[in-house]
Ligand binder design. Structure first.
Ligand code: ADP
Length: 319
C-alpha cells in the first residue's frame, strides 16, 4: 500500500491526536504517504484531504481533542454518500483508511469496505463502551478528569457535611462512573447496568450516618437517572438535602494521560501494520494488555458486560 489516510469521527476523545500521530509516523517509517481527512466522513465526501508528514503531527501528542476535527455525517449514511467518499480517496490513489472513533464510526468504516476501500478502526471514545476491547482511547483521561473534580468536591462535601450527587457521562455504559467512583472513594455508584432504587441509596446514606459519616458522594452515570429527580426523592423520602454537580463536557477535554497516549500509539501503529498486510474491515483493540484485532462486524456484535468484580469491590469499599 502506497498511500493511507486517517480521520477522526463522532465524539472527540483525548488521545485522538496521539493516535493520528502514530498512524502518520508509522506510515512515514514504512515509506507510505500519509493523508489526513478533516471533519470525519463529511470531509471525506467533500474531499477535504491533505497530505501529512512526520513534522505535521509534531507537538500534538499531549493535546486533547483532534487537530483533524471531527463531525457526524448524515450523507455518509447513504450509499451515494459512501460512493462519493470512496471516489475522493481513489482520486488521490489512497487505498487504505484508518478511522478513529466510536461504534457509529466503526459501522461506517465497515460499510466503506464495500466500496473497495481497506479500512481499520481504532477505538476512540471516553465512554469505554466498546465491548471487544478492554479500553478505548480517552477513557483513562476522562476517569482522571472526573477524579480531579470528585477530589475537589469532596473537600467541600466533607467540610459542610453535605451529600453531593455528581452526574457523569455514560448513557449505556457506567464504566466512567464506576472507575472514577472507586478511585474517588464515592459512597454510592449508580450505573445503568444495575438500576437501584432511591431506597437503596437512602439505606446506604443511613448506614454511613450510623458510623458517624456526615457526607456522602453519589456518582451517577447519566444513563441511570436524573440527578434533579434523585435530589428531590432524597429530600422527600429521607429529608436529605443534597447538591448536584453535572460535569458535562469538561469530561471530554484535557491533555491525554500517559496511558491514553501509549494506548493510542500502540493502536495507531498496529492499524498501519494491518493495512500493510492488506488486511481490511478490522477493529484494533487491547485485551489483557495485548494489542489484537478482529473483524469490525464481530466486534460490533459483542455486548458490553459490567465488570462485576469491580462493581462488587465498590460495595465492599463503601461499607
Ligand atoms: P461515534 O463514532 O462516536 O459512535 P456516531 O454514532 O455519531 O459517533 O457515528 C459517527 C458517524 O459514523 C455518523 O455521523 C455517520 O456518518 C457514520 N455512521 C454511523 N453509523 C453508520 C452506519 N450504520 N452506516 C454508515 N455510516 C454510519
Amino acid at each position: 500500500m502506497k498511500k493511507i489516510a486517517v480521520l477522526t469521527s463522532g465524539g472527540d476523545a483525548p488521545g485522538m491526536n496521539a493516535a493520528i500521530r502514530a498512524v502518520v509516523r508509522a506510515c512515514v517509517y514504512y515509506n507510505i504517504v500519509p493523508y489526513g481527512v478533516r471533519r470525519g466522513y463529511e470531509g471525506l465526501i467533500h474531499s477535504d484531504i491533505k497530505k501529512l508528514s512526520a513534522s505535521s503531527v509534531g507537538d500534538i501528542i499531549h493535546k486533547g481533542g483532534t487537530f483533524l476535527k471531527t463531525a457526524r455525517s448524515q450523507e455518509f449514511m447513504t450509499k451515494e454518500g459512501r460512493e462519493k467518499a470512496a471516489a475522493s480517496l481513489r482520486s488521490l490513489g489512497i487505498e487504505g483508511l484508518v478511522v478513529i472513533g466510536g461504534d457509529g464510526s466503526f459501522r461506517g468504516a465497515e460499510r466503506l469496505t464495500e466500496e473497495g476501500i481497506a479500512t481499520i478502526g481504532i477505538p476512540g471514545t471516553i465512554d469505554n463502551d466498546l465491548a471487544y476491547t478492554d479500553f478505548t482511547i480517552g477513557f483513562d483521561t476522562a476517569v482522571n478528569t472526573v477524579l480531579q473534580a470528585v477530589t475537589k468536591i469532596r473537600d467541600t462535601s466533607t467540610s459542610h457535611e453535605k451529600t453531593t450527587i455528581i452526574e457523569v457521562m455514560g448513557r449505556y455504559c457506567g464504566d466512567l462512573a464506576l472507575y472514577a467512583g472507586i478511585a474517588g472513594g464515592a459512597e454510592s455508584i449508580i450505573i445503568p447496568e444495575d438500576p437501584v432504587s432511591t431506597q437503596d441509596v437512602i439505606n446506604r446514606l443511613n448506614k454511613g450516618k450510623e458510623r458517624g459519616k456526615m457526607h456522602h458522594i453519589i456518582m451517577l452515570a447519566e444513563g441511570s437517572g436524573n440527578a434533579s429527580k434523585l435530589q428531590e426523592d432524597l429530600l422527600r423520602e429521607a429529608g436529605e438535602s443534597s447538591r448536584i454537580t453535572v460535569l458535562g463536557f469538561i469530561q471530554r477535554g484535557g491533555d491525554p494521560t500517559s496511558a491514553d497516549r501509549i494506548l493510542a500509539s500502540r493502536l495507531g501503529i498496529e492499524a498501519v501494520e494491518l493495512l500493510r498486510r492488506e488486511e481490511s474491515g478490522l477493529a484494533v483493540g487491547v485485551r489483557h494488555s495485548n494489542v489484537f484485532s478482529m473483524p469490525i462486524s464481530e466486534a460490533m456484535k459483542q455486548k458490553k458486560k459490567l465488570d462485576q468484580t469491580l462493581y462488587n469491590m465498590a460495595e465492599i469499599l463503601s461499607v
